[in-house]
Write a protein that binds this ligand. Structure first.
Ligand code: NAP
Length: 294
């Protein structure tokens, strides 16, 4: 029998989890702090039970806490006051180290860290895509107290939603997502900021007028909702700054090639394009398992 699943925090991610699980016939409990989100969720027929009161979670077998990163720990602790002792509480925050560390010392709460590797720059349940997780990776970062059985329960839910579970160690996860998500966010913001602050106003305005899909794609994530963007960059500051140092070294190397060795420069950017083409399929799917990188 499928577990009864509660979702706390009816934003973009919470909404997408409800939509994905609803399709698979799960019994769902939707919890929000606000009547407005409850009314929106009801209007979309996303759950079986809706409430602003966490008491309604008493029959949940699994609860996904989908709150902002900086509110995740306190929300999990509140949820644990209302759930049965066997209930598994998972989060979806984009950072895992500090949350997993915190619950390593709280063996009375059956917590499992998770992070779905799918999202958009928007916020709110009204923007949550129904098929957000189809073929997306979904990281699981257990604590030192997590039971194997609980990991399996979470894995089955993730697979039911059509995502691909990946078990990782929390600190390593934070380093990896700095490289491919949180640091690229800083680059995207800086790219936009560089044009925005260009000293020649006439050139700047012409550039913005001409900006097409290339600039749109490389700066898309600069429009990420600010609460999420600042949480990812500030909570993962150490790794983001380390990624920035590596980037500065790399871009200096490329700059030197461009200045003084055009042939080597062309070889380097050709190699990058070749690898980039192998990482994603033509329809934009990450095909890493098919593409072995040393
Ligand atoms: P969102 O659309 O802004 O939703 C966040 C929800 O959290 C709000 O709708 C609200 O739900 C609840 N919330 C807001 N303030 C709160 C507070 N002070 N205490 C408790 N709950 C509060 O943001 P989101 O994109 O869904 O992000 C939610 C989580 O998903 C974050 O931890 C983020 O790191 C993670 N995540 C996001 C993405 C992405 O691309 N968006 C991808 C992967 C993971 P109610 O009004 O219903 O209470």
């Amino acid at each position: 029998m499928k577990p009864v699943v509660g979702v706390v925090g009816l934003g973009l991610i919470g909404g997408s989890i409800l939509k994905g699980l609803k399709k698979q016939g799960y019994k769902l409990i939707a919890v929000s702090r606000t009547e407005t989100s409850i009314e929106t969720a009801k209007g979309l027929n996303l759950a079986d039970t809706y409430s602003t009161n966490m008491d309604c979670l008493k029959n949940a077998d699994v609860v996904f806490v989908c709150a902002p990163i900086s509110k995740t720990i306190e929300t999990i602790e509140k949820v644990a006051e209302h759930t049965k002792p066997t209930a598994i509480i998972a989060d979806v925050a984009s950072l895992k180290g500090f949350i997993v560390d915190y619950f390593n010392d709280k063996s009375n709460i059956k917590f499992i860290g998770t992070h779905p590797m799918a999202g958009t720059e928007f916020k709110g349940i009204e923007n949550s895509p129904e098929e957000l997780y189809v073929e997306a990776k979904w990281v699981i970062t257990p604590t030192q107290n997590t039971d194997k059985e609980d990991i399996n329960t979470i894995k089955l839910i993730i697979e039911d939603i059509k995502a691909i579970p990946i078990i990782a160690e929390a600190d390593e996860h934070d380093k990896a997502v700095s490289l491919i998500s949180h640091f690229p966010l800083l680059v995207s913001q800086s790219l936009f900021g560089t044009v925005q602050n260009h000293s020649d106003k006439s050139v700047k305005n012409l550039a913005f007028k001409l900006a097409a899909s290339g600039f749109r794609d490389t700066t898309r994530i600069a429009a990420t909702n600010i609460e999420l963007a600042k949480d990812m960059e500030i909570h993962n500051k150490k790794n983001v700054l380390e990624s920035l140092e590596n980037f500065k070294k790399y871009i200096d190397d490329i700059k030197n090639l461009l200045e003084s060795n055009e042939e080597a420069f062309i070889d380097t950017i050709s190699e990058i394009a070749e690898h980039r083409n192998k990482l994603y399929s033509k329809d934009g799917k990450n095909i890493f398992p098919i593409y072995p990188i040393d």
